[in-house]
Design a protein around this ligand. Structure first.
Ligand SMILES: *Cc1c(COP(=O)(O)O)cnc(C)c1O
Length: 366
């Protein structure tokens, strides 16, 4: 039996009975966009995340883009971010006309290193955009201090960290805004694309309501350049059902991570950093090993999926390289050669973890 990286169908099977009547209701109502379910989901998500407001949008990429715009980021501005992330983080900066500035990552957490980020501040820097990578919360206290010292805005990329917390405070509740993705493989995954922006600032949230809807605050009056980026009612049905279970889903991921730690304790691999504070939601379980590609091949031969997040850091991608000429990110360069993500999702069984770990242990070399 193949073991996949994620199994969205396994999770959906447990929800089918609950959501089916709701899906029918939406279809029968004829109201598919900007309706009551989307609104209810926004309120429930804000409550869950401990923020004042949440605004649904069409994707995590849009959440980043619109949050940057609402924060007034544009041409001539620099935004400091990590080179070790999904491309969308830096794409969103470029969409606004601003310039992404890549600072190196911390070798233990693989998150943006606050010291490297501060060293990259110039008089054009307007914002910091750390990513809670693989579900591990960023050291936000350090970024708060940097923002304070230099008068910068913090925007959080929470695409991989729904439900992750640090010092009891959820990711997305630290910065001026948090950007979430509901891509199906994320910790809170929809049945399609979707995203969310969190903020405590009412004016900022109201601005986002306009930006996502053609710059319009009443129908057919357009005050500024806006976009078409809404979270639809069918997605809201799925997301509300999953939101009520997200704590259990994340607990399931932590259980899988613990099982990996037990089973890989003697293996020649570097296990992911577990913050002393807890709060990691293991969007991915990423090990490091010297012979990564051999381990991958061995897993594939045993019918087990694995993935490399990320083989090419952003400062080396052709699309971003022109903005990264001076960027030196040796830690990101090194870990890109060594990282390997193993399957992780709440429904992954103990036996499956044992099967995966046995292959890794047999083939990994330090
Ligand atoms: C998935 C992801 C995004 C983009 O989200 P989409 O919903 O796919 O647009 C942004 N940043 C990170 C770190 C992600 O993992």
């Amino acid at each position: 039996m193949t073991i996949p990286m994620v199994d969205a169908a396994r999770q959906m099977a447990g929800l089918m009975e609950e959501i089916e009547p709701e899906i029918r209701e939406v279809l029968a109502s004829g109201q598919f966009i900007l309706g009551p379910r989307g609104k209810a989901f926004e309120a429930e998500a804000a409550e869950h995340l401990g923020v004042h407001r949440a605004v649904g949008v069409a994707s995590g990429t849009d959440a980043l883009h619109l949050a940057l715009r609402a924060a007034g980021i544009g041409p001539g501005d620099e935004v400091i971010t990590t080179p070790f992330s999904f491309a969308a983080t830096a794409e969103a900066i470029l969409y606004t006309g601003a310039t992404p500035v890549f600072a190196d990552i911390d070798p233990y957490t693989l998150n943006l290193d606050p010291e490297q980020a501060e060293a990259a501040v110039t008089d054009r820097t307007k914002a910091l955009l750390p990513v809670h990578l693989f579900g591990q919360p960023v050291a936000m206290e350090a970024f708060d201090d940097i923002a304070e010292r230099h008068g910068l805005t913090i925007l959080e990329d929470c695409a991989q960290s729904f439900g992750a917390a640090r010092s009891g405070r959820m990711t997305g509740a630290w910065g001026r805004a948090g950007a979430f993705s509901f891509f199906p493989s994320k910790n809170l995954g929809g049945a399609g694309d979707g995203g969310l922006i969190t903020t405590d600032d009412d004016q900022f949230a109201d601005h986002l309501l306009r930006l996502r809807n053609h710059g319009s605050s009443r129908p057919y009056y357009h005050d500024e350049l806006g976009f078409n980026s809404r979270l639809d009612e069918l997605q809201a049905v799925v997301l509300r059902a999953k939101l009520s279970r997200i704590a259990a889903y994340n607990e399931g991921r932590r259980r899988v991570a613990m099982a990996y730690r037990r089973n890989l304790a003697e293996a020649a691999v570097h296990l992911p950093n577990e913050s002393v504070e807890g709060g990691h939601v293991y969007h991915q379980f990423v090990i490091q090993t010297a012979n990564r590609d051999e381990v991958r091949d061995a897993l594939a031969a045993a019918d087990i999926a694995s993935a490399v997040y990320y083989a090419v850091p952003l400062h080396r991608q052709p699309v971003f390289a022109p903005y990264a000429e001076g960027a030196r990110c040796p830690v990101a360069d090194r870990v890109a050669q060594r990282v390997l993500a193993l399957p992780i999702f709440p429904e992954l069984s103990k036996e499956e973890v044992e099967r995966i770990a046995a292959v890794v242990e047999e083939h990994a070399r330090s």
